[in-house]
Design a protein around this ligand. Structure first.
Ligand SMILES: Cc1cc2nc3c(=O)[nH]c(=O)nc-3n(C[C@H](O)[C@H](O)[C@H](O)COP(=O)(O)OP(=O)(O)OC[C@H]3O[C@@H](n4cnc5c(N)ncnc54)[C@H](O)[C@@H]3O)c2cc1C
Length: 477
């Protein structure tokens, strides 16, 4: 141990949750904060576009955040940040140990704020790891293979994930050298990576275990995404499991061998709970907090992907895993530490992305997810056009709402809108998706759609009011 420090607030993790908490603390006059981060601060969401180069021609380096030059972040953030790993945190003595290379720093703190995020998860299939045993705690960037957290350096040379700037650099390199990439998993990150590598001229095969792509959409919505992938020459294999990774491709459970130079696993993430476990904090699906982001220890706060939240529509614990929520939670925790209480409301899961100009959004519960959770639901699907019929430039799309059939003891009301899905060709669904984020979060019912007014302007949309259409179609159903 060569150094010791004493700070008011100790922040673990330099992702969106940690960075915005630092910023909020500074704005609220709490200047004595220290942030420790294992990975480079990066605008992670933009990494696929850096790899693809079409939207971010400068590549992944453009979205790595230089803390000392950021116009948004406080001037002193670089000075008060350590690149290293917090290897232990004692919630009672309020002391933590940070490892930086070979050195260790002891930090004592008044309050700690954990923003350790999530790590990519890979199914434990043959050939994913290079075979070198690693029982020690990971020292570099981590990935979870099955139940084991391992250092990313242990991944086989042709196996990739996408969570950090280093992952993006490796994929950028793959894009330079390879001709055929295999993407395992077809959620937003899988398909954004598929498009990026397609933009770089690679042949793409997407492999998905589920019967259709894009799990945040139901099958009847996801078919539009599958059609678009097919039009662009992307091969999609659904209901298929990878059972082994070889140096030149993957073997499927069906016996088929799919050749490829690189394999990208976009098979989900798991909350990073290592430190919270060591600190003895209460954990269920993720770290448990109250609405002020305090954990089971009043001196320790937690925010972001590692934290579970109450689903606004149903009250069930969920892991929304989105950066926008990490930032809201970061500000909430900082405000409480600074003595200005804010409260996080229950939240709604969402996913919004685009693949080859086909935009999709999913808010709250899909029909498939609701049925798996034994919620009794009905649905209304509405074909939409982006302009009136007389305008040939108009393109087709689809809306779908998922509606609770009965009320129940969890507080769900009969007729409550539990979920919304939208597909729009060539146009952003954000305005509508955000409106439904509120509709679902505020537990509104179909008749309450009537109070949502629509705007019509021929250069932006067709004349019929989709809220009225949904309402009337529901009455008719
Ligand atoms: C490719 C991609 C696209 C995405 N697109 C979107 C999008 O469009 N919109 C959106 O809202 N969200 C998106 N997300 C999700 C979003 O990036 C995450 O929800 C967000 O980064 C979570 O923030 P966080 O601060 O909780 O954690 P993270 O961003 O995961 O940061 C946590 C950091 O803490 C570090 N850390 C962990 N443990 C320790 C330790 N013991 N010591 C020191 N450091 C530690 C980790 O190394 C990591 O760098 C995307 C994610 C990916 C991967």
């Amino acid at each position: 141990m060569i150094e010791s420090k004493k700070v008011d607030t100790f922040i673990v993790g330099g992702g969106p949750g940690g960075r915005i908490a630092y910023m909020a603390l500074s704005k609220m006059g709490k200047k004595n904060a220290l942030m420790v981060m294992k990975e480079e601060p990066t605008v992670v969401c933009s990494l696929p576009y850096g790899i693809g180069r079409r939207l971010i021609p400068g590549g992944p380096e453009e979205v790595v955040v230089d803390l000392s030059k950021s116009p948004r972040l406080p001037k002193d953030i670089a000075k008060n940040t350590i690149r290293g790993e917090v290897i232990s945190l004692d919630a009672n003595t309020r002391e933590a140990i940070v490892r930086t290379g070979d050195a260790e720093i002891s930090v004592s703190f008044e309050k700690a704020l954990l923003a350790p995020g999530a790590v990519p998860w890979i199914p434990p299939v043959d050939g994913v790891l290079d075979g070198v045993s690693d029982e020690a705690a990971p020292a570099g960037e981590s990935v979870q293979v099955g139940n084991n957290l391992v250092d990313k350096e242990r991944l086989s040379g042709n196996v990739h994930v996408l969570r950090s700037a280093n992952d993006a650099r490796r994929l950028d390199d793959l894009a330079r050298k390879a001709t055929h990439a295999i993407i395992v998993g077809s959620g937003a990150i899988g398909l954004e990576t598929a498009e990026a590598l397609h933009d770089r001229g690679l042949k793409i095969t997407v492999i998905e275990t589920l019967p259709h792509v894009t799990a945040p959409l139901d099958a009847d919505m996801a078919e539009l995404v599958e059609n678009r992938l097919d039009e662009k020459g992307v091969r999609v294999l659904t209901s298929q499991k990878v059972v082994a990774v070889k140096s030149d491709g993957v073997l499927l459970e069906s016996g088929e061998y799919v050749p490829g130079d690189g394999v990208v696993f976009a098979t989900g993430v798991r909350p990073n709970l290592t430190l919270a476990r060591k600190a003895g904090l209460e954990i269920e699906k993720g770290i448990v907090t109250n609405s002020r982001m305090q954990t089971s220890n009043e001196h320790i706060y937690a925010v972001g992907d590692a934290v579970q939240v109450a689903d606004a529509a149903t009250g069930k614990p969920v892991l929304p895993l989105v950066g926008t929520l990490a930032m809201r939670q970061g500000v909430t925790a900082a405000a409480d530490i600074a003595g200005m209480p804010l409260k996080m409301q229950p939240a709604t899961m969402w996913g919004v992305s685009a693949i080859f100009e086909l935009h999709w959004g999913s808010i709250g519960w899909t029909e498939e997810l609701a049925k798996r959770e034994k919620l009794s639901v009905s649905t209304v699907t509405l074909p939409v056009r982006t302009r009136e019929k007389a305008m040939p430039s108009g393109k087709e799309g689809r809306w779908k709402i998922v509606v609770a059939e009965d009320g129940n003891e969890g507080g769900i009301k009969a007729g409550q809108i539990l979920g919304f899905q939208i597909i729009l060709d060539g146009e952003s669904p954000l305005g509508t998706a955000e409106r439904f984020l509120d509709i679902v979060s505020f537990k509104e019912t179909v008749p309450e759609l009537f109070r949502h007014f629509a705007i019509h302007s021929p250069s932006h949309n067709p004349p019929d009011d989709p809220y009225l259409n949904l309402f009337m179609q529901y009455l008719h159903a």
